[in-house]
Design a protein around this ligand. Sequence first.
Ligand SMILES: *Cc1c(COP(=O)(O)O)cnc(C)c1O
Length: 418
Amino acid sequence: MVTGYRARLALDGGVPVRTRAIPTTLERAGRRFDEAEEEAVLRVVRSGMLSSVWGHETRALESEFAELVGVDHAVACSSGTAAIHLAIAAVDPAPGDEIIVPPISDIGSVLPVLAHNAVPVFADVDPDTGCLDPAAVEAALTPRTRAIMAVHLFGKPAPVDRLRAIADRAGAVLIEDCAQSYLAPTPGGALAGAVGHVGCFSLQQHKHITAGDGGLAVTRDPALAERMRLFADKGWPRAEGRVYRSFALNYRMTELTAAVARAQLRKLSGVVADRRAAAARLRAALDGVDHPVLPDDDGHVYWYLPLLVDGIDQRGLARYGDALTAEGVPAIAGYLARPLYAEPVLRDELAYGGSGYPTRGARSYPDGLCPVAEEMIARRLVVVPWNENLSTEDVEDVAQAIGKVHRAVTAASDGSAA
Ligand SMILES: *Cc1c(COP(=O)(O)O)cnc(C)c1O
């Protein structure tokens, strides 16, 4: 078949669309740091108080963040994973209780479940978004279900209104993992994090805003807030003197982190607006060109730009990601190497001294457990890390690279199938 002119892929020795590196979140060019963050660090160091136990930066961050999300309480902690552990600890599962989780996320969504001796139960995802499918969650409920963890994957709001209704009917807690979704409006109007019983955010280097590492857990429920606060500080209610009320760890945020996070918080709405504007420019630039399926824009805050490619095989998808990267647009085929349940930590039961605790005999994690997620990771999903500083030229180059690679890789796989 004659397909007309096709530019040779950089992967195959052609000229790359882009030779100058596109800014990433691993460097200043892809982040928003200025005098405000510098002043924040100096303010804390000069005060002599670097601990949140006695300082006021972390408490101020908590109230500013709670207000921004539209809830009553926020508890700061040392990472997004820690924030999720706070939420799980507040659920207070007994050993063997179950938490429903999605197979496509950062492993930080799941490890705290194991750390709290509970069993992760994986439910499959929506084929368009990769977020939990409410019907699959419904089917995964058992009398031991204590919580459901919804991840707003890549910044697209998960159907948390429906998941909240399912959780309420089941007497379970809905935890929203918002590490990739700051200020994302959910279908019901509330922001991501304000619909579930608890919302968990991360300040890791790659997220919308960062202080290197750090986390925030938000809730409307004062009892959950108190349990999370105690869990982050050794079970020690400081106002009551030296008493340890509950099992807990030390997940405290430092004042340095909180001060930087406060400065970042003031930039957050601009960061989200600029990420959305760049995505809109990309959409416009790809108009009329053969391209992969772009995400539904509604409520999306574009942590990453996920692309869905249909009609290619596993090798084709790997080539798609490699080809984009070679064109100068760093991309990751599949986002993950495998669904989270296929990771050694779960499949090989590596927690707790080889005992198999807490999953052995309760759950196994075979291939085929979540076919929609497996298909996305192996054959459909390519992600392009996004950021708030992409220029008009950057976005045009991304669009050109996507068009070029899409044409070449999908045409090649058409040919081999014929
Ligand atoms: C980054 C991330 C986490 C973990 O956050 P850390 O701050 O790296 O511990 C959890 N869930 C999701 C969806 C994430 O993207």
